[in-house]
Design a protein around this ligand. Structure first.
Ligand SMILES: Nc1ncnc2c1ncn2[C@@H]1O[C@H](COP(=O)(O)OP(=O)(O)O)[C@@H](O)[C@H]1O
Ligand SMILES: [Mg+2]
Length: 106
């Protein structure tokens, strides 16, 4: 699941012209959840992409490259277990957070 986020981060760094692209992976204890934070350098995600990027088959990548399923699968699996995945809009760079609940919801 985290791999989906890492692959997206990797793709985003390839698109840019940044001579020093970086991807950062962090684990944060967030109380009820453990947050996996994937941050990448790259252009900020336009509003129209933000609106649809968690929907199945939404992709901005060329045919054969993007399936548009990565974020929707992560979102579906995590929400089934009481977690979530979201873009941290307060972060300086592009940062996706996958929140894994410590306890299963009953
Ligand atoms: N780290 C990121 N930086 C910029 N755009 C992103 C990032 N992660 C996801 N996106 C956007 O969300 C879209 C959907 O992502 P995803 O569901 O993983 O499908 P795919 O990677 O196959 O396109 C991507 O096509 C891209 O436009
Ligand atoms: Mg993807």
């Amino acid at each position: 699941m985290v791999l989906n986020l890492l692959n997206n981060a990797f793709d985003a760094t390839l698109e840019g012209s940044n001579p020093q692209p970086r991807i950062k992976l962090e684990l944060v204890d967030a109380g009820e959840c453990v947050n996996v934070r994937v941050t990448n350098t790259g252009r900020t995600i336009p509003q129209e992409v933000r609106e649809f990027m968690f929907k199945p088959f939404f992709t901005t990548k060329p045919a054969g490259k993007g399936t548009g399923l990565g974020l929707s699968i992560v979102s579906h699996i995590l929400s089934t277990h009481g977690g979530s995945v979201y873009l941290d809009t307060g972060a300086q760079e592009t940062c996706f957070v996958a929140a894994f609940p410590k306890r299963q919801k009953r």
